[in-house]
Design a binder for this molecule. Sequence first.
Ligand code: SF4
Length: 209
Amino acid sequence: MTYEELFTPSEIMGFLYCPRFIYYMRCLDIPQNEHKRFKVQKGREFHDYKTRTNKEYVRKKIECIKKDTNVFLHSKKLALKGKVDEVLYFRDGTMAPLDYKFAEYKGAIYSTYRLQALIYGALISETFERPVHKGYICYTRSKNYLAEISFTRRDWLLLDATLRDMRRIIDKNYYPKATKYKARCIDCCYKNICVEGREGAKSIEISGF
Ligand code: SF4
């Protein structure tokens, strides 16, 4: 598997939004329009914000002993690649990802944020050969509120299953079932080519979060 073939967090989230995204992107080589796709994009302006944030703030708050920032990670074994905002090291030998969101905390963590943290956690664990049990989200529009996410065994299993499903679609050139949430089709960048007539094509069931 080449570096280009490794999955990004964005592709995985796209796949979970609708399994057909990965088919159009990787099997038919039709790029998506990032801006129209789905509403989990990080604020573009946020990178400027982040450079102004007190770099020691989070480290002090959760008592990690060290952190690396803007870390590019990839794993051929996991078939994943991505850039982690911060990689945190703890005294007990565990590690964790931290992701900044230009967003307000409204009492619950979006499943897409959880998934992103999980993907980064998997990359960190694999790369550094250390246990990763949790991840952090820093909500910069809520005075840097820091939310902790605990990863469960079920989370890891679902991530594995999702990556397998994505690989299967590409390797076998399978045309997957459409999302069951039809409202997602309204604003979809693939709606003009994703015709009902293709529903009869060979398709597979997928796992999912
Ligand atoms: S039009 Fe609907 S089914 Fe087709 S790719 Fe977009 S979201 Fe999926």
